[in-house]
Design a protein around this ligand. Structure first.
Ligand SMILES: *Cc1c(COP(=O)(O)O)cnc(C)c1O
Length: 364
């Protein structure tokens, strides 16, 4: 059987290792596994959301409201945009997929930074498009403009804050890139961790309404990170109406579940939970910075809910990740991104204690 030629170019996405794997392979009790690999919210989700899901369990047999009226209304209030500026996806991942399918052919090129969210490449390659990366892992405006002018990519991906590095691009810099791009290309501003960046420093805060006046820009957000709903798979794209209408043609009906819809609607009513999550995070990430200084590790100043430790040649990120894994601590090795580094999600105080204890021993 002959598969689509485009598939030859695609490496399967390597997700953060699940707790179940560590339990199976190393015989560690599930309660002793510390998973700091997928940037989930260590506080879990809002108890109000958990209750709403439980209270709606009996509705699992029903398809969800396909118009997603209530969720769109809540998001349109939150972001001060129209409900027809919004499309909902099964995670913002699915919106990324709609974008690639709506725009790309094998004649196209897409542009992204050297080290960024792996799904941009995968969705673009599924359409046969070519990938161009800027030289730096950070989003450098001049590098983006130079590469844009040379390759005229159909899509420019800006991930701010950036995963898996944790650094951010200021609103001013994002606008500079947008302004240098012709209306024939789409700029995707992926704000999966925007809540953390906005809390840390105003100049990194980008709101959808700041950028959707540009007809060729889409903002992506998700309930998976600060809202603690990774398992419910709800994300959104916000853009001008004509763009959203085109993306709708790619959307399968009922693309999020009845319970996901309940959960995300309830989550928009509990912003206090997000504030508390960020307060805990802000307190705990300081410990990671201190640990790094104490052990002479380099790290990238983080605007996200994780921190990236950079190792010198005396330490191998794969070896360290494996040592941690055998002790039931899951972090994300960045060797596959050609970085000798690990990405660690900031956990609860107790999880972080454990991480420090095991990492200290592994470094020794
Ligand atoms: C987590 C993440 C997403 C999307 O996650 P979903 O769970 O699909 O909403 C998008 N972009 C980046 C950079 C992420 O880290």
């Amino acid at each position: 059987m002959k598969f689509n030629e485009a598939l030859k170019e695609i490496k399967t996405y390597e997700a953060g290792k699940p707790i179940e794997l560590v339990v199976r392979e190393f015989g560690i009790e599930p309660k002793d596994v510390v998973k700091l690999a997928s940037n989930e919210n260590p506080k879990g989700c809002s108890p109000k959301v958990a209750k709403a899901i439980a209270d709606s369990a009996h509705r699992a047999y029903l398809y969800p409201d396909d118009s997603m009226f209530e969720l769109k209304e809540a998001l349109s209030k939150k972001f001060d945009v129209g409900d027809n500026n919004i499309i909902i996806g099964a995670g913002s991942d699915q919106v990324l997929e709609f974008i690639a399918r709506a725009l790309l052919t094998s004649d196209d090129t897409v542009l992204m930074s050297q080290v960024t969210f792996a799904m941009y490449e995968i969705y673009a390659k599924q359409m046969g498009a070519k990938i161009v990366r800027t030289p730096s892992y950070r989003h450098i405006v001049s590098e983006f403009i130079e590469a844009y002018n040379e390759y005229k990519p159909k899509i420019v991906y800006i991930c701010t804050p950036n995963n898996p590095t944790g650094d951010a691009t200021s609103k001013e810099e994002v606008l500079a890139i947008i302004n240098a791009v012709s209306k024939e290309s789409l700029v995707v501003v992926d704000g999966a961790y925007m809540e953390y960046a906005a809390a840390k420093d105003e100049k990194y805060k980008i709101e959808p309404k700041d950028i959707i006046e540009f007809s060729n820009v889409i903002y992506l957000g998700t309930f998976s990170k600060a809202y603690g709903l990774g398992g419910m798979r709800v994300g959104y794209g916000i853009a001008n109406r004509e763009l959203i209408e085109q993306l709708y043609k790619m959307r399968p009906p009922f693309n999020i579940t009845t319970l996901s819809l309940v959960a995300s609607i309830e989550a928009t009513k509990d912003e206090e939970f997000v504030k508390e999550s960020i307060a805990l995070h802000t307190q705990e990430i300081k410990r990671y910075e201190e640990f790094a200084k104490e052990h002479r590790l380099d790290y990238i100043d983080s605007y996200t809910n994780f921190i990236t430790y950079l190792f010198d040649d005396s330490i191998d990120s794969t070896e360290i990740s494996d040592k941690l894994l055998r002790e039931g601590v899951i972090v994300r090795n960045l060797a596959s991104y050609k970085m000798n580094a690990v990405r660690i999600t900031i956990g609860t105080p107790k999880q972080n204690d454990r991480l420090f204890e095991v990492l200290k021993r592994s470094l020794a």
